[in-house]
Design a protein around this ligand. Structure first.
Ligand SMILES: C[S@@+](CC[C@H](N)C(=O)[O-])C[C@H]1O[C@@H](n2cnc3c(N)ncnc32)[C@H](O)[C@@H]1O
Length: 410
């Protein structure tokens, strides 16, 4: 059996590379080229993977420059389709954004080289985003590859169903050259779910700890109502039980509204956030730790109720322990449990978890594990850069699964 040769396009740090290797065996595959333009990602890729050659900007890479290969992989950039973008209701592709059409560069290489197989990945939104002419962009993508001789099918998988503790719903596209007459398969995953606890390191860098004595952005009390005192270590010793619970937007100076949680008599929600006529100048800010502890008390450790409050759909495995009302807070100011799975790793806004009595971010190694990267993988030494790279990466375990079921023979 000859080695399966593959090209890793939009390679990042090589999630596809590991996935292909793990599925077919390191000795049975060969990366003949990777294509990546980000210098930090190139450095990390080179440190970790064997390859024959590499190219930088795919738009400047001609098909005949790329070596012969059996499988073309590509996690084409997703920023253009991602719902993380400022326009969170994004439903139509931004035709001004050149990144929306980088799949055409993949098609150009496919037309020139005619590999047997294709494997692409993108954000879930790719499956529903509309083309500027009205139809679905993904239908255009399927048609583009049909025109160069391929059947292309897709399915949404969640990395959490592949043995890693991360919610990461992505569209996976598998293509096969039509003359091969091979079916494309997307079996249901069978792995049991695991929690974040299972990937935690015993020791970690102190810089990952969250300083919770800074003011919480939204939870506050009325100066006239709160009771407490300054403690010796310079923190204020709050007595929030007596202070009541108000919220307002600390970061937006123009928003002077103070809200109060009010118990509701009707409907599903137990409380609603209602505007008051209190002046923002009359409030004091609670610090995050106390806000968190107060939330714990409020919820009375009622985890079923907490799970229902999860707005990110991470249930049933993760609980948002401290969530401020959406009207006045940002998502990454919440604190999450490690009894669940992690939020989708992203390129920015890394969440804080409550771990062994401390509040901290995940380490690079823990992020690597959430993405199914092997232990020998050496992340970028800079934690911020490493997090960005894992936020961009594809989950190794999902790629392994798809390759095992689709590209076993060569
Ligand atoms: C979503 S990430 C893919 C990450 C990869 N699948 C992994 O496992 O790390 C997209 C990558 O495409 C790269 N990229 C964007 N535009 C490119 C271009 N014109 N040519 C080559 N690479 C490009 C980005 O730098 C980024 O690393």
């Amino acid at each position: 059996m000859s080695k399966l040769k593959f090209v890793d396009a939009f390679a990042g740090i090589g999630g596809f590379h590991y996935g292909v290797q793990e599925a077919l065996g390191k000795d049975n595959v060969e990366c003949v080229a990777f294509i990546e333009q980000d210098k930090d990602a190139i450095e990390t890729y080179k440190n970790n993977h064997d390859y024959f050659t590499y190219h930088t900007d795919i738009t400047q890479t001609h098909g005949d420059q790329v070596p012969e290969h059996d499988l073309l992989c590509g996690g084409f950039p997703c920023q253009a389709f991602s719902i993380n973008k400022q326009n969170s209701k994004k439903s139509t592709v931004d035709k001004e954004d050149e990144r929306s059409y980088l799949y055409k560069d993949l098609a150009r290489i496919v037309e020139a080289k005619q590999p047997k197989y294709l494997l692409f990945e993108n954000v879930r939104n790719l499956a529903s985003i509309k083309h500027e002419k009205g139809g679905l962009l993904i239908d255009d993508i399927v048609k583009t590859f049909d025109e160069v001789g391929y059947n292309l099918e897709y399915k949404v998988y969640d990395a959490a169903d592949f043995g890693v503790p991360q919610q990461r719903k992505r569209v996976y596209l598998v293509g096969k050259r039509k003359d091969l007459n091979e079916p494309i398969v997307f079996p249901e995953p069978t792995e049991s779910r695991v929690t974040l606890k299972s990937v935690l390191e015993e020791s970690y860098d102190e810089s990952l700890l969250e300083k919770l004595n800074k003011p919480c952005t939204s939870r506050c009390a009325l100066k006239s109502e709160y009771q407490g005192d300054w403690s010796d270590d310079g923190n204020f010793d709050w007595n929030w039980d007596k202070a009541g619970c108000y919220y307002c937007n600390k970061s937006n100076k123009d928003d002077n509204t103070v809200y109060k949680w009010v118990k509701k008599k009707k409907g599903n929600a137990t409380h609603s956030l209602e505007k008051t006529d209190i002046d923002k100048k009359d409030v004091v800010w609670q610090n995050k730790q106390h806000a968190f502890e107060q939330d714990m008390k409020d919820r009375n450790n009622d985890t079923e109720k907490s799970k229902k409050k999860t707005k990110l759909g991470i249930e049933p495995m993760s609980i948002i322990m401290y969530d401020t009302p959406s009207a006045v807070s940002r998502q990454h100011e919440r604190i999450y449990s490690v009894e669940g799975i992690s939020r989708t790793l992203a390129t920015f806004g890394h969440p804080v978890y409550y771990i062994d009595g401390k509040y901290r971010k995940l380490s690079s190694r823990e992020s690597a594990r959430c993405q199914g990267f092997p232990e020998e993988f050496e992340p970028n030494e800079n934690h911020g850069k490493a997090c960005k790279q894992f936020g961009n990466a594809v989950c190794v375990k999902v790629i392994k699964f798809i390759v095992e079921h689709n590209f076993k023979e060569n």
